[in-house]
Design a protein around this ligand. Structure first.
Ligand code: FMN
Length: 361
């Protein structure tokens, strides 16, 4: 049996295999609304056989969007279309997850195909970004507003309200976006968080917002559903957040009932040197998993069935998050099963296209 195609049961939720569609911003919404693009984009990857499909970064508030085209879950009206999407995903035997996000100082940007630069707050589709400290991501960006206590309380309330809507929208997994230099990560990092109150300074203080957001979400999110947290397990920068910090955080989150830590890296420091190579972030998943005991996801330049299968077999991760490979090939799971010699259920509509088994060819 291929390890990659083996099921994973977390609490009472069974993922039919270890393949996760990693969150990917589509920048295709107006006022946060999902539309047919999201239905087809996420739905076709469910048809392709992934066990868990997670939406792109889905903003908990309008000011928490990276761009004005981000998906959102900050209005009750957002629920209807999201529910259609989760119903379709479930009908394919997959589980639907939502990545809840707040961009913090990385808000108010143009979409990538229009250059992706920050839009000044006084321009159309621009607004003032908020952050733990008044430090811009790069010198060409506006200085964000430092969140005061009321602002922090609003962030927590926004995540909680979003989690409530996620239930109505039929999601079974919430992934909190604590990575890639967005708001929760900005609080974790000593580089972007220079606060002198109880949300800054020591490790305990810098993780406070994330843990309080988790608690706020848990007040409404059913215990039988799953809660994941994506982090940047290192900032690849002297004086930044480290892999050991990630392990310490994972132990705390595990005790709090977080089900899985999705281990990405980077994104908070504009000029960090990242040693890109195949599977370059897997070591962080392995370290966090082995040293904290929490379930982990590995992500980043994982592109072949054998590579992904080996990561699971070696116990370096429990789930494989695939982003760009799933854009190149939405049927990656069906192909992986074939290449790994594993029988997998195809959508009946597609059965005639099944590759003949290797012996029969
Ligand atoms: C088009 C695109 C959009 C992305 N949007 C998000 C996002 O919304 N949230 C997130 O956590 N990561 C996002 N990422 C990062 C991916 O989830 C993933 O971590 C990264 O691409 C590395 O995996 P890969 O090598 O399989 O692409 C995005 C990546 C791509 C290519």
């Amino acid at each position: 049996m291929a390890h990659l195609l083996s099921p994973l049961k977390i609490k009472n939720i069974e993922l039919k295999n270890r393949i996760v569609v990693s969150p990917m911003c589509e920048y295709s919404s107006h006022d946060g609304f999902a539309n047919d693009w999201h239905l087809v984009h996420l739905g076709s990857r469910a048809v392709g056989g992934a066990g868990l499909i997670i939406t792109e970064a889905t903003a908990v508030s309008p000011e928490g969007r990276i761009s004005s085209a981000d998906l959102g879950i900050y209005k009750d009206e957002h629920i209807t279309k999201l529910k259609q999407i989760t119903d379709f995903i479930e009908a394919q035997g997959a589980v639907a997850g939502v990545q809840l996000a707040h961009a913090g100082r990385k808000a108010s940007h143009n979409v990538p195909w229009n250059g992706g630069k920050q839009i000044p707050s006084d321009q159309p589709n621009g607004w003032k970004a908020v952050a733990p400290s008044p430090i811009p991501f790069s010198e060409v960006e506006e200085t964000p507003i430092e969140l005061d206590k009321a602002g922090i309380e609003k962030v927590k309330a926004d995540f909680k309200a979003a989690a409530k809507r996620a239930i109505a929208a039929g999601f079974k997994v919430i992934e909190l976006h604590g990575a890639h230099g967005y708001l929760l990560h900005q609080f974790l990092s000593p580089v972007s968080n220079k606060r002198t109150d109880e949300y800054g300074g020591s490790f305990e203080n810098r993780i406070r917002l994330l843990t309080e957001v988790i608690e706020a979400v848990q007040e409404v999110w059913p215990k039988e559903n799953l809660l994941f947290v994506r982090i940047s397990a290192t900032e690849w920068t002297e004086g930044g957040w480290t892999a050991d910090d990630s392990v310490a955080l994972a132990k705390i989150l595990k005790d709090k009932g977080v089900d899985l830590m999705d281990c990405s890296t980077g994104g908070n420091i504009a000029n960090a040197k990242i040693p890109l190579k195949q599977g370059y972030q897997v070591e962080f998943s392995e370290k966090v998993k082995k040293e904290s005991g929490i379930l982990t996801g590995a992500v980043g330049l994982i592109t072949t069935p054998f590579q992904a299968d080996e990561i699971i077999q070696e116990g370096e991760a429990d789930l494989i998050f695939l982003a760009r490979e799933m854009l190149r090939d939405p049927q990656f799971p069906l192909r992986a099963a074939h290449e790994l010699g594993h029988e997998i259920k195809w959508p009946v509509q597609y059965e005639r296209a099944k590759w003949p088994s290797l012996e029969k060819r």
